[in-house]
Design a protein around this ligand. Structure first.
Ligand SMILES: *Cc1c(COP(=O)(O)O)cnc(C)c1O
Length: 245
């Protein structure tokens, strides 16, 4: 990273200060929840921000990044060419993007249908065979916490069937659960529901330990309800330049 460019130096100082504050906020939430130190990871969400910002966060020690749009993500992955970074696809994904995503994503956090899971399985197996990836694609099932299908997520009654399918897929590794709480329900109610669903998933799939929950505005409540990974954009990067998808 160039330290000669004053704009880069200013952005580095800004991101460094926000990152320190955010990590302290997560540590405080973990302590308040009475959970072991270090039990919640930060996934910085860099969607809508330039590769230069990701490079700064990498220089500050971050090794995982969340992106929500395939084309934007693959462009950054290619430009930065890190060999020590795990990229997470956290946004809604169409099946026709499965091949592209399987080339760069360490984790897809938004798997919510059998058709998408099957497409990703085939794509990941092909990418493995072609030497484009070295491990199966890590998958989080996105579960819906309301009745609105527009927000994405598998309906809770269908969760365990989808989990069984992913667990058997040779190209996939079932790692856990993800959710985006509905805006019109109190966060603690949604995250409590999510925790119950995670418990039922773990009863069938003991390895599915990840619970990706909590964003800039609600991470403390998610941590109280068992989140193992908070996905934070705004509180780290600043307001997104355009409305997020
Ligand atoms: C954008 C996004 C986030 C980050 O949200 P902030 O409120 O900016 O922290 C988290 N999760 C998903 C799925 C997102 O698309």
């Amino acid at each position: 990273m160039s330290t000669e460019n004053p704009a880069t130096a200013a952005r580095t100082a800004e991101l460094s200060a926000r990152l320190d504050g955010l990590l302290a906020r997560i540590d405080a939430a973990v302590e308040t929840a009475g959970r072991p130190a270090g039990s919640v990871r930060l996934l910085p969400v860099t969607k809508f921000f330039p590769a230069a910002d990701v490079a700064i966060l990498h220089a500050l020690g971050r090794r995982e990044f969340g992106e929500s749009r395939e084309q934007e993500a693959s462009a950054k992955v290619e430009e930065l060419a890190f060999d020590d970074v795990e990229w997470h696809m956290i946004g809604r994904l169409q099946r026709n993007k499965a091949r592209a995503v399987a080339r760069w994503a360490h984790t897809v956090a938004s798997v919510d249908s059998e058709r998408l899971a099957n497409a990703l399985d085939r794509a990941a197996q092909d990418a493995l065979a072609a030497g484009e990836r070295i491990a199966p694609l890590r998958v989080l099932l996105q579960v819906s916490l309301d009745a609105d299908p527009g927000r994405g997520g598998v309906a809770p009654p269908d969760l365990l069937t989808l989990a069984d399918l992913v667990a058997k897929a040779p190209g996939l590794h079932l790692a856990g659960l993800m959710a985006i709480p509905p805006l019109d329900v109190a966060s603690h109610v949604s995250f409590a529901n999510l925790a119950t669903l995670h418990t039922s998933l773990l009863a069938q799939h003991a390895g599915a330990t990840e619970l990706s929950a909590g964003m800039s505005g609600d991470l403390e409540i998610a941590v109280e309800h068992g989140s193992t990974c908070v996905r934070v954009g705004t509180a780290l990067m600043g307001a997104r330049p355009i409305t997020s998808a």
